[in-house]
Design a protein around this ligand. Structure first.
Ligand code: GAF
Length: 383
C-alpha cells in the first residue's frame, strides 16, 4: 500500500499511551423500539475498532488517523465545528459533546484501525463514538460514568451527524459482556444480562453490501411518525409520554384519527416490545425454535408495518425461511441495507452461505459477504 508522507511520519513518531477497543453490535430483536422507550436485545460482537491514544505535543491541535481510510485530519480542540466527512463528525462530535459537560479535555492524537464492516448495520458509528469517549475519559481522567459516555456518544450522532438515533447502539457497544445478551429497558436505561447458549446454532451475519441512502432521513421520519401517534393520544390522556405507555386497546380506539401508516408504525412498536419480552423467556427456557419464529415475525413487521426493509434484505430472509436448518432471520439496525442476523445450525452454515451467495448474486449482481459472530465484551482497554 502506498502511504502518503504525512501519514507515514505520523505513524513513525507515534507512541501510544492508551489502547482501547470498541466493538460493533448485533441486535437479536427489538428494532426501532429504543427511541420509543421500549425494549431491545442486543450484544456486542467480536469485530471491533481499535484506538491508540496519546496526549498531543501541541497545546490545541488534535491529529486523527484512520488506517482503514488511509486518511488523516486535524482539528483544534478549542474550535470544533461540523466537518464534511461523516466519520470525522463522529469523532469531533463526541469531543464537542464532552466539552459541554466537563472541562479538562486536552489536545490528543489518535490512530484508528478497524475490522468492523462499515455501514452494514452493525453500528460501526457507535463503536467509533464510544471508543473516542472511553479513550478520552481515561486519557484525561475525566471520571465520567459509563452512562454519561453513552449519552455523549448518542448526542454526538444527533448534533453532528443528524441521525436522531435511540440509545441501543451506544449502550450495547459500551455495556456488553462476553457470552451474554443484553436486555435493555430504554424507558429507564437499565439492563440485565442473559447468559445465552445457542449451541448447536450459531449467529451468522449476511451482509447485503447495500446501504440505501434514505436510511437517515427515513429513520428520522419514523421517529416523527411515532411521536405523532403519541401526541394524538396525549391530547386526551396526558399520562402518555411515549409509545411505551400506549396499550393495544388505546391504539385501536385512535385508529380512525390516525393515517394507515401512523397506525401501522405504532402497532409494530407495541408488538415488537412484546416480542422482545417473549424472546427473553425463550432464551431463559432454551426454546430456540420459538426464539427464531419471533425473529421472523420481527422482520415481517419491519418489512410490512414499519417499512424500513429493502428488497435485498427481504430476499435473504425469504431465502433462509425455506431452510429447515435455520431457526430465525431478520434485518438488523435502522434498515434499508446492511446485514441480516441468522440463527443457523453449525453444520449447515457453509452450505447455506454458498447457496445464499449464489442466489443473491444472480438476483442482484452483488457479492454477499458473511461472518459468524458471538456475543462479546463491550468497549474496554487492552494492552
Ligand atoms: C439504528 C439506531 F442507531 C438505533 O438507535 C436503533 O433505533 C436502530 O437503528 C433500530 O432499532 O441502529
Amino acid at each position: 500500500m502506498i502511504m502518503n508522507k504525512q501519514i507515514a511520519s505520523f505513524l513513525n513518531s507515534f507512541e501510544s499511551q492508551l489502547k482501547v477497543m470498541s466493538p460493533g453490535r448485533i441486535n437479536f430483536i427489538g428494532e426501532h423500539t429504543d427511541y420509543n422507550n421500549g425494549f431491545v436485545l442486543p450484544a456486542a460482537i467480536d469485530k471491533k475498532i481499535t484506538f491508540s491514544f496519546r496526549k498531543s505535543v501541541s497545546k490545541t491541535q488534535c491529529t486523527i488517523l484512520s488506517t482503514t481510510y488511509q486518511k488523516l485530519f486535524t482539528f483544534s480542540i478549542d474550535k470544533i465545528s461540523i466537518r464534511e466527512a461523516t466519520w470525522e463528525n463522529y469523532i469531533v462530535g463526541v469531543v464537542a459533546e464532552m466539552q459541554k459537560i466537563i472541562s479538562g479535555i486536552g489536545a490528543f492524537d489518535c490512530i484508528i484501525d478497524s475490522d468492523l464492516p462499515l455501514g452494514s448495520g452493525v453500528s460501526s458509528s457507535a463503536a467509533l463514538e464510544c471508543g473516542i469517549a472511553y479513550g478520552l475519559n481515561a486519557l484525561f481522567k475525566l471520571n465520567l460514568s459509563t452512562l454519561q459516555m453513552i449519552e455523549i456518544s448518542q448526542r454526538a450522532e444527533h448534533e453532528y451527524v443528524g441521525t436522531k438515533c435511540g440509545i441501543m447502539d451506544q449502550y450495547a457497544v459500551m455495556k456488553s459482556k462476553e457470552g451474554a445478551v443484553l436486555l435493555l429497558d430504554c424507558l429507564i436505561n437499565k439492563h440485565s444480562y442473559i447468559e445465552a447458549s445457542f449451541d448447536p446454532y450459531v449467529i451468522v451475519l449476511l451482509n447485503t453490501n447495500v446501504s440505501h441512502n434514505l436510511a437517515s432521513s427515513e429513520y428520522n421520519t419514523r421517529r416523527e411518525e411515532c411521536e405523532f401517534v403519541v401526541n394524538t393520544i396525549r391530547k386526551d390522556s396526558n399520562n402518555v409520554s411515549s409509545l411505551r405507555d400506549v396499550t393495544f386497546l388505546q391504539l385501536q380506539q385512535y385508529k380512525d384519527q390516525l393515517s394507515k401508516n401512523h397506525y401501522e408504525r405504532a402497532a409494530y412498536v407495541l408488538e415488537e416490545n412484546e416480542r422482545v419480552l417473549a424472546a427473553v423467556e425463550c432464551l431463559k427456557t432454551g426454546n430456540l425454535k420459538q426464539f427464531g419464529s419471533l425473529m421472523y415475525a420481527s422482520h415481517r413487521g419491519l418489512q410490512y408495518q414499519y417499512d424500513v426493509s429493502c428488497p435485498e434484505l427481504d430476499f435473504l430472509v425469504d431465502f433462509s425461511e425455506t431452510n429447515k436448518e435455520i431457526l430465525g432471520s431478520r434485518m438488523m439496525g435502522g434498515g434499508f441495507g446492511g446485514c441480516t442476523i441468522n440463527l443457523i445450525h453449525k453444520n449447515a452454515v457453509d452450505d447455506f452461505v454458498k447457496e445464499a451467495s449464489k442466489a443473491y448474486k444472480e438476483k442482484f449482481g452483488i457479492a454477499l459477504t458473511s461472518f459468524v459472530t458471538v456475543p462479546s465484551q463491550g468497549t474496554s482497554m487492552y494492552s
